[in-house]
Design a binder for this molecule. Structure first.
Ligand code: ZN
Length: 298
């Protein structure tokens, strides 16, 4: 092996693997590395880590690596498939430098993760920057967030708010728990059922649940049932939005009963029908509705 190729192996972190650089092509936009097995190679089974001296077949794959300056870097890797005693079908040999589900090197993915975690670039920015498919970068971002989430410990909340949020044109819901003291969303689970909120209380644990003082929530029955089960001691505060919403509904029902179902003459019924604007509009915006009431004599 040439000395230059040995340096290349070290540069692209191939040292210590079964692979080495055999050829390099450089164009104005692309650096292409041809990577093959070493003279005396061992093929490692991905399922049981057994080492084999012979392979079943070989083929070429393309893997994208970190850009070198303004040039993209493409690896053309000759991979092997092996027949191992642990399975009936041939398996692709273990390649630690390659990401399992995408044609990207592991170090390229590490680099993308660092950029995403810097919070200076969006997923769309990164996909444009590295000429990658949006879905691939989105998946990498999702995996990072999932990994970081494993290490996150829920803080001790004292006053929380529980609400549901719809998405996909109100066909699906998520349950959102907010720490009111820190003004932070601390939990999101799919669905708006009792189980959705139960998950939060179960992860929080009985000790932290016992320290909860206030739960602000809408009047959604499954949430009430969950709170009654896990935090019966906490004071329930109804969400002002939903209280006003229910009051408006009751007012509307009364107004419709008075106007449509009453024996009053048509003009008066129409005025009662329009009474809603007296409550819903600001005083300076009332206009004709207020005039109608002023002139009305029962
Ligand atoms: Zn095996």
């Amino acid at each position: 092996m040439a000395y230059g190729e040995a340096i290349l192996d070290r540069l692209i972190s191939l040292e210590g693997t079964n692979f080495e650089v055999r050829d390099v092509k450089v164009t104005t936009e692309l650096i292409e590395l041809q990577i093959e097995h070493k003279e005396v190679a061992e093929y490692i089974c991905p399922r049981c880590d057994a080492r084999h001296n012979a392979c079943y077949s070989r083929d070429w794959i393309k893997i994208w690596d970190i850009q070198w300056g303004s040039r993209r870097c493409l690896w053309r890797v000759r991979r092997a498939k092996i027949l191992c005693h642990c399975g009936l079908n041939p398996a692709v040999e273990r390649m630690d430098f390659r990401l399992k589900h995408h044609r990207l090197t592991q170090r390229f993915v590490d680099h993308i993760e660092q950029i995403l975690c810097s919070k200076m670039f969006t997923v769309a920015d990164v996909s444009r920057l590295f000429y990658l498919d949006y879905g691939i970068v989105y998946k990498i971002d999702h995996d990072v967030l999932l990994r970081l989430w494993q290490d996150v410990k829920l803080p001790q909340p004292i006053n929380i708010s529980v609400d549901e949020k719809s998405f996909k044109k109100s066909r699906q819901y998520v349950t959102i728990v907010t720490d009111l003291d820190r003004k932070l969303v601390i939990w999101v689970s799919s669905g708006n059922s009792k189980e959705s909120l139960d998950q939060f209380f179960e992860i929080l644990g009985p000790e932290k649940c016992s320290k909860l003082k206030t739960v602000s929530k809408d009047m959604h029955a499954p949430y009430i049932a969950s709170c009654n089960q896990y935090v019966p001691h906490a004071m329930e505060v109804a969400d002002p939005f939903h209280v006003v919403q229910r009051l408006n509904q009751v007012m509307d029902e009364c107004r419709l009963n008075l106007s449509i179902g009453s024996a009053l003459r048509t003009g008066k019924r129409k005025i009662i029908l329009n009474l809603q604007w007296l409550l819903r509009r600001k005083n300076e915006h009332l206009g004709r509705a207020r005039l109608g009431i002023d002139n009305w004599r029962v």
